[in-house]
Design a protein around this ligand. Structure first.
Ligand code: ADP
Ligand code: MG
Length: 208
């Protein structure tokens, strides 16, 4: 299974729809332990991404991801903008010049993206952030690829692991981001950024 640039842009459009559909919910989650703008940030950010990709010819998938990352960084005020933006820009380097990508390329994009998020935000797994969804998803996908699973199964396993990661965020204390100001009071609440990260992976799984 490979995917061309036009399809990548289509998927990004679907991610935008998902963010807009879940804007209120993401904001609700962020309101409980943050400042209640995560839904707004994600919808504003991905609206800008879609706008920026409107006239893209789809020839270079690296370029598509780079433009997306730049739009996220420059249009989102919250922490999530620079973090997701960095992830897209780091991922872009992995597929620069490619007009088609396969599941291995996609995994490399996610890995580079995670590394970018960690570098930029100085967080690790278990601090109640988007990393708690992304890192287990990457691990599950890598394992699944090594088992020789079909790409659709690989994406499904990634999505399930991200779901588990989101549930895990409910059980732990935030030690990074705004929610960390609440200390123990952040326990019991689901992290908004881990949830938006799940939405991205879920959309890709559903659309493939
Ligand atoms: P802000 O916190 O500036 O209002 P958002 O509400 O858009 O920005 O995003 C909050 C989300 O960002 C959190 O739910 C968390 O998942 C993620 N986040 C915050 N800080 C970090 C960090 N240092 N590393 C990784 N993710 C982080
Ligand atoms: Mg916020």
């Amino acid at each position: 299974m490979t995917m061309d640039g036009k399809r990548v842009i289509e998927l990004i459009n679907k991610i935008n729809v998902k963010m807009n559909d879940n804007k209120e919910y993401l904001t609700e989650l962020d309101a409980a332990i943050g400042d209640g703008d995560h839904g707004l940030n994600m919808s504003k950010g991905f609206n800008a991404v879609v706008d920026k990709l409107k006239d893209d010819d789809g020839e270079n998938i690296g370029n598509i991801l780079k433009k997306s990352g730049m739009a996220l960084v420059s249009n989102v005020g919250g922490a999530s903008g620079p973090l997701y933006g960095t992830a897209f820009m780091k991922g872009a380097i992995e597929v620069n010049g490619k007009s088609d990508i396969n599941i291995n390329d996609f995994l490399n994009v996610l890995k580079a993206g995670l590394q970018g998020i960690k570098q930029r935000g100085k967080a690790v797994y278990g601090e109640k952030t988007m990393i708690d969804a992304l890192e287990p998803a990457i691990k599950a996908m890598e394992e699944s690829i090594n088992n020789g699973d079909d790409p659709k199964i690989v994406l499904k396993n990634g999505k399930y692991a991200a779901e588990e990661g989101v549930n895990y965020t409910k059980t732990i204390k935030a030690t990074k981001g705004r929610a960390s100001y609440l200390g123990d009071r952040s326990i019991g609440h689901q992290d908004a950024g881990a949830t938006s990260c799940l939405y991205i992976l879920e959309t890709i799984y559903e659309e493939i």
